[in-house]
Design a protein around this ligand. Structure first.
Ligand SMILES: [Ca+2]
Ligand SMILES: [Ca+2]
Ligand SMILES: [Ca+2]
Length: 126
């Protein structure tokens, strides 16, 4: 009851158009991300990048100005993210799935070192 009244007052105060626009604001899930590393063992001295999800990349040719194709050697997956990665561009070739909170210090153990060329990052509340 109070909530309805509050909404009505807001609508009166700011106009219904502003109130409606406010509902369109996209909420960023701060726990939905994946970190990719050019070297193994999450070496922060070499190029590394955190990608906010949800996102999909048919090629990794230009992620924040760098060509990441066939160059990722370790990954860390955030709590609310899952990742599918592919050996070829356009989500083709061998597919590998990473689960929430997964840490892979050496993709070579999964036969994916310096092989990934496309990727999907999905979000879900944990
Ligand atoms: Ca290094
Ligand atoms: Ca590399
Ligand atoms: Ca490849």
């Amino acid at each position: 009851m109070l909530r309805v009244l509050f909404s009505a007052v807001l609508a009166l105060a700011f106009g219904s158009s502003v109130y409606a626009a406010d509902l369109d604001v996209k909420v960023v899930d701060k726990a939905c991300w994946v970190e990719i590393y050019e070297d193994d063992n999450y070496d922060k001295d070499d190029p590394h990048l955190q990608i906010q999800g949800p996102a999909e990349f048919a090629t990794l040719k230009d992620l924040k100005g760098r060509n990441w194709n066939d160059d990722i050697e370790s990954v860390i997956v955030g709590p609310n993210a899952t990742v599918k990665a592919y050996k070829d561009k356009d989500f083709k070739g061998t597919e590998i799935a990473f689960t929430s909170n997964q840490r892979v210090p050496n993709l070579g153990k999964l036969d994916m070192s310096n092989e990934i060329e496309s990727m999907r990052v999905s979000c879900h509340a944990s």
